[in-house]
Design a protein around this ligand. Structure first.
Ligand SMILES: Nc1ncnc2c1ncn2[C@@H]1O[C@H](COP(=O)(O)OP(=O)(O)OP(=O)(O)O)[C@@H](O)[C@H]1O
Ligand SMILES: [Mg+2]
Length: 403
């Protein structure tokens, strides 16, 4: 939306030129109230009936307080002196009244500038936490087991701050794995949709120990459907501000929520077991991620229960998935035993082969600089493992069948 500050003379043609949905205010004080209520607003157009001095003062005041906000000034007459003063005040564009095409272009230029100034820079992106999404299109492969132990290995006894998000909204079992009381869950984030900040996101977390906190899935039947997919993007974005790593456990479907998590991630950890249905689903998953143009170097394929004697060799597995395996996690009955006891194996027995395999994977694929890893693609890259910003979410890209 855009705010048009104009006491009289508003017309459909004027609104159409400004574009993007227009809200009217008849005074600058009213504009200020609207901006306070909606800090995400990016454009104010000030019409010719608003006093020039007041308009320039308003623009100067916004320059520091809301740098992403653009002010476009419309005047009956535009001269060099006005342009100079407007420029000094921080007004982005001055347009002559009635020049609707010129106004449309000025508004579009200002919006583009706001978009680029509010998007985090590469340095800011790199200094924020990393999001790691663990996914498998086949149920029961060990996603939750890996996500929990991966989060603990990343936290490494408190060396790093980590948040584990249970995105298996209907059947999440991170709470049971860690023996946590689900007093606060994703459901508590519902009143904050659309305005969730770092403080709001961290208020939803349940502390575990050793630098790990958890965002638990809803517990009551029917609550899962109430969680909008947009909340996932907001949450992951906000959590990245306060922790070093966010690990996301997922259900085994490509839901809109999962795709939003994939979009917000810097690493995709794709899990499989050495059986034909799981491998077929992994192959489909890899094709889907290719279709959605996620960089291959952000992905790692992990083979769980890798030593299970089921007639498929490692070579067979690699041939089917056409992709190198970044980690092999052995099968052990100590894993379900650890879950039944409520203490993850990485905590109870750090030297266990399963714990060791997960720790090694974390060190080699997630903690090492990008140039040294790129395990999923089998390629090396000097670029940081940050996917390019996307104009459109994965779900929308899928629906449109776009690459
Ligand atoms: N390496 C392993 N060795 C032995 N058992 C394992 C191993 N990994 C996972 N399991 C067991 O497999 C079962 C499924 O694991 P888990 O719940 O982690 O899978 P999931 O992919 O999250 O399942 P879902 O799709 O239902 O969420 C659990 O009983 C777990 O203890
Ligand atoms: Mg699970």
């Amino acid at each position: 939306m855009t705010i048009l500050c104009q006491a009289v003379g508003r017309s459909p043609e004027l609104d159409a030129s400004i574009g993007g949905g227009v809200r009217a205010a008849d005074s600058l004080a009213e504009v200020e109230r609207m901006l306070t209520a909606d800090p995400g607003e990016t454009l104010v157009v000030i019409g010719p009936d608003i006093d020039t001095e007041a308009a320039l003062g308003f623009a100067a005041g916004q320059r520091l307080r809301r740098p992403a906000l653009g002010v476009v000034l419309v005047r009956e007459q535009v001269d060099v002196e006005l342009l100079t003063r407007a420029l000094r005040s921080g007004v982005r564009e001055v347009v002559t009244a009635g020049e609707l095409a010129e106004l449309a272009q000025a508004c579009e230029r200002s919006r583009a500038l706001s978009r680029s100034s509010s998007a985090p820079s590469a340095e800011e992106q790199a200094s924020r936490g990393q999001v790691v999404t663990v996914f498998s299109a086949k149920g029961g492969c060990g996603k939750t087991t890996l996500a929990v132990n991966l989060a603990l290995a990343l936290a490494d006894g408190g060396a790093r701050s980590v948040c584990l998000v249970d995105l298996d909204l209907a059947f999440g079992d991170v709470a049971i794995n860690l023996q946590l009381d689900p007093n606060r869950t994703l459901t508590n984030g519902l009143p904050m949709v659309g305005r969730l900040d770092e403080t709001g996101a961290t208020s939803l977390l349940t502390p575990y120990r050793d630098g790990l906190s958890v965002l638990l899935a809803p517990v009551t039947p029917g609550e899962a459907e109430k969680i909008p997919a947009a909340l996932v993007s907001e949450l992951l974005d906000a959590l990245r501000e306060s922790v070093d790593y966010v690990v996301v456990d997922t259900p085994s479907q490509f839901s809109e929520h999962v795709l939003n998590a994939m979009d917000a991630s810097q690493h995709h950890v794709l899990l499989t077991t050495p059986d034909v249905p799981a491998l077929k689903n992994l192959r489909l998953t890899l094709d889907m991620l290719d279709l959605l143009s996620y960089p291959r170097e952000m992905r790692s394929v992990v083979l769980n229960r890798s030593d299970a004697k089921v007639g498929l060799s490692t070579e067979d597995v690699e041939r089917v998935v056409r992709c190198p395996i970044a980690a092999y996690i052995p099968s052990s009955r100590d894993v379900p035993i650890s879950i039944n006891k409520g203490t993850p194996i990485r905590t109870s027995t750090p030297q266990h082969p399963v714990s060791q395999a997960i720790t090694r994977f974390v060190q080699e694929a997630l903690l090492k600089p990008a140039s040294a890893t790129a395990a999923g693609a089998g390629e090396t890259s000097r670029e940081p493992r940050i996917p390019p910003p996307r104009k459109q979410g994965a779900f929308a890209r899928l629906r449109k069948g776009r690459r």
